[in-house]
Write a protein that binds this ligand. Structure first.
Ligand code: DGT
Ligand code: CA
Ligand code: CA
Ligand code: ZN
Length: 590
């Protein structure tokens, strides 16, 4: 079982307990553990196998959950989960995939209307039966009807990149243990850093393909063989994902890696460029076409001009190597040709993290814990941005509690600076809420004293486009607001963005010098690559933030960086790549 499987199992248990109306603290414990485990890079099996460590070292994992992880790792199942699944009809899970339908609402639909499928729910909405159920109304019914389409779409049933990444890392480590494998690499949408991944593509350089395939099939995570050929094998991996493995020889590795990385559209453009040069590109290499030869004929091996490395493949058509994140048939080939490809931001460029929570609101770790974790990750500065008072569910901070937290931060900074070289500087921040009726949930006079203000929209997400857009632009125009948090509110696979005129938001941000966030949480990645590129185009600077709710949550920064790279962003486009001194100049505040 991978971390992703175990996280999914715990999330599932949380859903089921919630569905039964069980203890909220139990639900929260499973959810927290799932979140932590889901964002871990190291596998739980590795942690358990290490005699010097224990599973209970992991945030949010106590003795009980550690034992359950052990059972899952050993047997692939969990008696508690089996029991809950026996008690609760399967349709519940399907219905919970509809955005806006939580366990409580689903239970009402199943109990009151006997809904047994998405189709039945759709019909019940059309018949107007749903709005008759207690707690529902005509508006909710209309929203459900709209969201059923979202839940049904195959577009929203793909793995998150971070989930796919956990599987890819584990698979590559397994393949590299095989003596017949000279080199193993991931390709496809995973390598391009897409926000979701349909199937996983891996490539092996090796002479003995049969032996490599045997090794793949013997992978403990292999749940079945879908297809077995001489050079390609497809299996069913963890979480039901398809894995395509291809074995190629050394001379073709670069060409195959390029080909199977895609995107398909990028490859089409590259091939047409090759044809103009009397060349042909395929997964075996780049070949010279003989005069008069048919461009689609399979050329002979002797005619190969490139194939061993990706660099050679691109060079053969007169281009520098193009980073996989850009291979989406945008303007990357034109820019490569002109020599103006961006120098994409990297994780190493990141010096600060400007959005995170502590136990003062809905975070799991204390201020001190978050600061230590940030130091461990080599950050030079962070901003603590707990929720403002509107977020009552998270015990949002009122003026008094916020000022108390800032005093605590002052003292912390003083003690960190005692020996003259503070390892980190902690900025006094807040995540204010844009109120449903307009305005923010803390007064300007308080915000004026902050080093950094994130403004986010959590409530009233169903308001019409003008209202939502107006609320966000009003926040942008507030001189104390530094950045707009997760500007569209979408949750990948779960909930579409609220109805916002993002172009107007970008224009307002450009006009006022307000920053926009790329929220690095793998469920959010908000702004997405397209909007982030548009923001840059308009002269807006972006902030990549983890929005961490635990120390582990700080590790999702890489997901945000990947999204920024897909947007073609460079270090200079990102606020938190700057030194603290530069950052202070940029904000004119801290
Ligand atoms: P996914 O799996 O839906 O997340 O997206 P990809 O991009 O991983 O797509 P996939 O797995 O179908 O194929 C992997 C790569 O292999 C794709 O990006 C380009 C290459 N490829 C696959 N089939 C074709 C094809 O018919 N023509 C061309 N030119 N390339 C292909
Ligand atoms: Ca794929
Ligand atoms: Ca594939
Ligand atoms: Zn937040």
């Amino acid at each position: 079982m991978t971390n992703a499987d175990i996280a999914a199992a715990f999330d599932h248990i949380a859903d089921l307990i919630e569905y039964q109306g069980g203890n909220v603290f139990r639900v929260r414990a499973y959810r927290n553990a799932a979140r932590t485990i889901g964002s871990m890079v190291e596998s739980l099996a590795t942690v358990r196998a290490d005699p010097s460590r224990t599973l209970t070292d992991i945030e949010g994992v106590g003795a009980d959950l550690a034992a359950k992880i052990g059972t899952l790792l050993d047997t692939g199942r969990l008696p508690l989960l089996d029991e809950l699944q026996r008690e609760i009809p399967a349709v519940v899970f399907e219905l919970m995939r509809v955005p806006g339908l939580g366990p409580k609402k689903v239970k009402a639909l199943v109990d009151e209307l006997g809904i047994d499928s998405l189709d039945a729910l759709e019909q019940a909405c059309r018949d107007g039966r749903v709005q008759e159920v207690k707690g529902f109304g005509a508006k909710t019914e209309a929203a459900i009807l709209e969201n059923i389409g979202f839940a049904k779409s195959p577009e929203h049933n793909r793995l998150l990149w971070s989930e796919a990444d956990a599987i890819v890392q584990q698979l590559l480590a397994w393949l590299r243990e095989c003596p017949a494998v000279r080199r193993a690499e991931g390709a496809g949408s995973w390598r391009r850093g897409r926000e979701t991944v349909g199937d996983i593509d891996v490539l092996v350089d090796g002479d003995d393909a049969a032996r490599v395939m045997d090794h793949l099939v013997a992978w403990p995570e292999c749940a079945g063989v879908l297809l077995r050929g001489d050079t390609k094998t497809s299996i069913r991996g963890p979480r039901g994902v398809q894995v395509d493995l291809r074995v190629v020889d050394e001379d073709s590795f670069g060409a195959a890696w390029q080909y199977f990385t895609g995107s398909k559209e990028h490859n089409v453009r590259l091939r047409s460029r090759a044809r103009d040069r009397r060349l042909t590109i395929n997964e075996y290499g780049v070949f010279r076409l003989e005069p008069g030869a048919d461009a689609d004929a399979r050329p002979t091996k002797g005619a190969a001009v490139a194939g061993r490395t990706e660099e050679d493949v691109y060079a053969s058509v007169g281009l520098p190597w193009i980073p996989p994140e850009l291979r989406e048939a945008g303007d990357e080939i034109a820019r490569a040709e002109r020599g103006t490809l961006p120098e994409l931001v990297t994780l190493d460029d990141i010096r600060g993290d400007l959005h995170m929570h502590t136990t003062a609101t809905d975070g799991e770790d204390t201020l001190g814990g978050m600061v230590r974790a940030a130091i461990d990750r080599g950050l030079a500065y962070i901003a603590i941005t707990d929720h403002g008072q509107r977020v009552t569910m998270a015990r949002g901070l009122d003026r008094k509690r916020l000022l108390k937290q800032w005093d605590e931060i002052d003292r912390l900074n003083e003690s960190l600076a005692e020996d003259g070289h503070p390892p980190i500087v902690v900025l006094k921040g807040i995540e204010v809420d844009m109120l449903e009726k307009g305005g923010l949930d803390l007064p300007d006079e308080v915000l004026a004293r902050a080093d950094w203000v994130v403004a986010s929209l959590h409530y009233g997400q169903n308001q019409p486009r003008e209202r939502i857009t107006g609320r966000i632009i009003e926040a942008i125009e507030n001189p104390h607001v530094s950045v707009i948090g997760h500007p569209t509110g979408r949750l990948i696979n779960r909930r579409p963005a609220y109805d916002v005129d993002i172009e107007a938001v970008i224009a307002a941000a450009a006009r006022t010098g307000t920053f926009l966030e790329i929220n690095a949480n793998p469920w959010r990645l908000d702004l997405d690559d397209r909007h982030a590129a548009a923001a840059k185009q308009a002269g807006v600077k972006l902030v990549i933030s983890t929005d961490a709710h635990s120390t582990r949550g700080l590790d999702v920064m890489r997901c945000g960086v990947l999204q920024a790279r897909r947007a073609g962003l460079e270090a200079k486009d990102i606020v938190n790549t700057h030194t603290l001194a530069q950052f202070r100049k940029l904000t004119g505040k801290a």
